[in-house]
Ligand binder design. Structure first.
Ligand code: NI
Length: 389
């Protein structure tokens, strides 16, 4: 048994197994909250290796543990997200998605198989571990609800540090991006409703025009980043959708706008959101209309703990990875919810992709799979050793 388990440490075999796992998951993508087959697949691979599954009552997703039973030394968690996107794949790869309209276009299949690999490697040295490694195969990251659900399930209880990754197409295979502080943005969505009064287009004085008011609001919102956010901080305000009116000779009753706000820290986030509402309501009011903002609250910013980031950076060289300091991403990531609860580090794994996340031709270099598995193995061991001191 011991011999069989340690054989996954063989570089070529691990490479082969993880590629096979990833290609299987890639062919059968499942959307957020529907990851039933994916869940069964992960469970079966872990159980085959004798890894213990811990039931926290999640409908999809898997929690598993390697190492000592909880209560005997520190617990560190490693998280992989498992869900796919409603995108039709256009890679033309032999192992492309077999499900029309669904695709692993963000590489969560990569995260899942790499972290299964980590579990297999850690299992093969279980007796040497200075505590417990808890694996969180998290559902519904794309809808930004999975992390909070995992926390609510109690699966984070007793965990002192959490680690996770996202593949990064613009970083070459063989590199890992590690950075303390802000790494990914808080991603809030908004729906603005501008309520006026309809009238004949030729008799504007009889109405209150939500189209003109919307135009002023869009323009005024652009002053938030340039006038209310420090030049040394950053933020994004994007209005991405405007709907109002039905024809050329009628001033409509109302207009609706949607878009997103991205920020990299609680203070800037609060400032931008507050200024946003004041601007929308104030500009509309100045023109005699009423407007309201409904927020679609996204995850907060991914902010990496310094002490753990140092451990994450040091874990790269022993497995042949080069550490770089990555440029933060204005995309959102619900890993941030874990970091609100406990210290954590999220890293970017170089995967030499030709397309960005969520592109129908998104792909990655699978040589990063065993590298990632070994990296998180090294990192988990190092974190346990550090926390056990
Ligand atoms: Ni993603």
């Amino acid at each position: 048994m011991a011999e069989q388990q340690s054989s996954v440490a063989d570089v070529q075999q691990l490479d082969f197994i993880l590629t096979e796992y990833r290609r299987h998951l890639h062919q059968y993508p499942e959307l957020s909250n529907e990851e039933f087959e994916t869940t069964a697949f992960i469970k079966s691979k872990l159980e085959e290796a004798g890894i213990r599954i811990v039931d926290y009552g999640l409908a999809t997703g898997v929690i598993a543990e390697v190492g000592a039973l909880p209560g005997n030394g520190p617990i560190v968690a490693i998280r992989a997200d498992i869900d796919a996107l409603p995108i039709t794949e256009e890679t033309g790869l032999p192992y492309a998605s077999r499900i029309p309209g669904k695709m692993h276009a963000c590489g969560h299949d990569f995260h899942t198989s790499a972290i299964i690999g980590t579990a297999l490697l850690l299992k093969s040295k279980e007796q040497e571990l200075n505590g417990t490694v808890r694996f969180i195969f998290q559902p519904a990251e794309e809808k930004a609800v999975g992390a909070q659900r995992v926390i609510d399930s109690g699966a984070l209880t007793g965990v002192q540090a959490i680690f996770g990754m996202h593949n990064k197409p613009d970083l070459p295979v063989g590199t890992v991006g590690v950075k303390e502080g802000p790494l990914m943005a808080a991603a809030d969505g908004f729906i603005i409703e501008v309520n006026g009064k309809g009238s004949h287009a030729a008799v504007p004085q009889a109405g209150l025009d939500p189209i003109v008011a919307s135009a002023h609001i869009v323009t005024a919102l652009q002053s938030i980043v340039s006038r209310n956010v420090s030049p040394l901080e950053s933020a994004v305000v994007s209005v991405t959708k405007i709907i109002g009116g039905t024809t050329w000779n009628v001033i409509p009753e109302k207009a609706v706008m949607e878009g997103t706000v991205r920020t990299f820290g609680d203070e800037v986030r609060e400032t931008v959101l507050a200024r946003f509402e004041q601007t929308v309501v104030g500009v509309a009011s100045a023109l005699g209309l009423r407007a309201s903002v409904k927020w679609i609250q996204g995850p907060p910013a991914v902010i990496n703990d310094k002490r753990l980031a140092d451990i994450a950076a040091a874990a790269a060289a022993p497995v042949g990875l080069k550490t770089i300091v990555p440029v933060p991403s204005s995309a959102g990531e619900d890993f941030a919810f874990y970091q609100k609860a406990i210290p954590g580090v999220f890293v970017f794994m170089g995967t030499s992709g030709s397309q960005e996340w969520h592109h129908p031709a998104f792909d990655l270099d699978e040589r990063a799979l065993p590298l990632s598995a070994r990296y998180f193995t090294e990192l988990a061991v190092a974190a346990l050793d550090e926390l056990a001191r």
